[in-house]
Design a binder for this molecule. Structure first.
Ligand code: PGA
Length: 251
């Protein structure tokens, strides 16, 4: 059985004390074998976090990398640096990076390739905005975002990667997409990648993100193609996050 993932995206939140407190509690919490947690703290705290975590099903992820590996790129972090400190996952193409940092599909695809080449696991965020949803363009938008990776790296690159379907209108809005609509698009994403030569759907994990909390996670996970969740706001509160883990544990 494929492991159920819970990815926590802390975005630009937290400090030394809050992260240590959170991880001390998380370390002590029962997490079933079948469940895997990826904590994405701000990059400056990842090394500290690495020294604290001792449970084997808790992993760490970064929220971005630079498109270069080294050189005169002031203020940037490379995938090799993440690898150096033992980080396993990198979120790429989050809608907040697409919007506030003007990241293009092509740039994200190049970063995706770098992460794979470094043997880390990319978590590619895709999803439509409100307008695109209204126009019925959800599949088209996701296909475009997947295509840019396929055209630069080839479809096989999706083996052992994670895709997070995150409708932009659902992020931080308290408005979650319905489980059946998420199921439909997750199926579409898996079929789309398969169509381009990707064969084993066990090798790809598709997560849902967008206002996931302890009250809606169970309904989402009943769907066959929702392999886990990417949690923003609700992951900042340990009690809420613990409830999410307990629900996933029970599946
Ligand atoms: P949210 O964020 O759970 O607060 O909606 C999800 C995300 O942006 O990854």
């Amino acid at each position: 059985m494929k492991k159920k993932l819970i990815i926590a995206n802390w975005k630009l939140n937290g400090n030394k004390v809050s992260i240590l407190n959170f991880l001390n509690l998380l370390n002590k919490h029962d997490i079933e074998e079948k469940c895997k947690i990826i904590m994405s703290f701000p990059v400056i705290y990842l090394y500290l976090a690495k020294t604290i975590i001792y449970k084997k099903n808790i992993f760490l992820g970064a929220q971005n990398i630079d498109v270069n590996l080294s050189g005169p790129f002031t203020g940037e972090i490379s995938v090799n640096m993440l690898k150096d400190i033992g980080i396993d996952y990198v979120i790429l193409g989050h809608s907040e990076r697409r919007k506030y940092h003007k990241e293009s599909d092509t740039l994200i695809a190049k970063k995706f390739e770098l992460v794979k080449k470094a043997n880390l696991i990319p978590i590619l965020c895709v999803g439509e905005n409100k307008e695109e949803k209204k126009l019925g363009q959800t599949q088209e938008v996701c296909a475009r975002q997947l295509n840019s990776v396929i055209s630069i790296c080839g479809p096989q690159i999706f083996n052992d990667t994670i895709i997070a379907y995150e409708p932009i209108w659902a992020i931080g809005s308290g408005e979650t997409a319905t489980p059946s609509s998420v199921q439909k698009i997750h199926r579409f994403i898996k079929e789309y990648i398969k169509k381009y030569g990707f064969v084993n759907s066990d090798k790809i994990s598709v997560q849902y993100g967008g206002s996931v909390d302890e009250n809606n996670v169970a309904q989402l996970l009943y769907e066959a193609d929702i392999d886990g969740v990417l949690v923003g706001g609700a992951s900042l509160n340990y009690n809420k996050f613990k409830k999410i883990i307990d629900i996933v544990n029970a599946f």
